[in-house]
Design a protein around this ligand. Sequence first.
Ligand code: CA
Ligand code: CA
Ligand code: CA
Ligand code: CA
Ligand code: CA
Length: 365
Amino acid sequence: MNKFIKFFLVILAFTACKKVEEKKDVKEVVTQKKTQENTIKPVYATMETAQVSSTDDAADDSCIWIHPTNVMESKIIGTNKQEGLVVYDLSGKQIFQYPVGRVNNVDIREGFVLQKDTVAIVTASNRTSNTITVHKVNPLDGSLEDVALKPLQSKLAEIYGLGMYKSAKTDKMYVIANGKDGNVEQWELFETAGKVAGKIVRTFAVGNQTEGIVADDYHGNLYIGEEEKALWKYDAEPDASTVRKAIATVGDTNMKADFEGVTLYDKGEGIGYIILSSQGNNSYAVFDRITNAYIGSFNIADGAEIDGTYDTDGIDVTSVAFTKYPKGFFIAQDGANTKGKDSLNQNFKLVDWKSIETALELNKQ
Ligand code: CA
Ligand code: CA
Ligand code: CA
Ligand code: CA
Ligand code: CA
């Protein structure tokens, strides 16, 4: 081979190599960017509630009661699914407990007119009696009072998940309960003889085991998690069709079965986020409330004082402003509560919404 051709070939090989390298660089940057976007972002709890009194899997779901005049007097109502309802103040201290039975999920809605008073109603799925318990919140101290005319006896094989819906169209209040067999019962609540009574106004089947549920009162939507399959969106009105849409499917980016608790962060005027507990990878997936597009995921990691969450069932969130939490807070059940090396009974962890907003860059959306 003459010298000239040899030189030419070397140059050619060098250029080709460089091109491959450059291509690889571009690919790496794209992959890195994608990985960053898809990373589950850690946030930290700023408060944890007292432990529940039962050992093993006991804490499950929670809801937040906002005090009508002094938000600092608001309360967290949780379930101990082996015993009953528990009320905590905002520092996490247990202030009341009600051994009403094996209540699994709990939810709350304001604005029920009872004996000419406008009250907040708390309902829970009670597996001891296969009923729905109905309480009102005493605005003086956040205590609960049983206001059921008689227990709402479910026809589900085993009552399990539960959420409430207050229709913006009709102002009627509903409880939507589901069973381990994936069947759903929608109850309408109304006043009878100064108490709360109910009737079943719709039933439908989701498929397999369901639990997590949240209604979007503003848009009239109902989100239900089918644990090993998908997060579904239905119309929440009792006379609507049961045509549904899958918002997320098990196996989507950052989402692993079981799909558990579902909740809604309300930014007002119909905007906000839907949040899902992706129990299989101990994280929480956030979706746009209007488009239902997936935005990102976060997890509650171990902090210096408070441990992170593991195997979360129920979640809840509020956008109400508190001195410590100007954009509200998120609350999640922790399936493995620890203190240093000690394993304690389960509890609930609270996260400042601002840290979730920052971690997921929600303001840039
Ligand atoms: Ca559990
Ligand atoms: Ca809930
Ligand atoms: Ca479950
Ligand atoms: Ca933990
Ligand atoms: Ca702890």
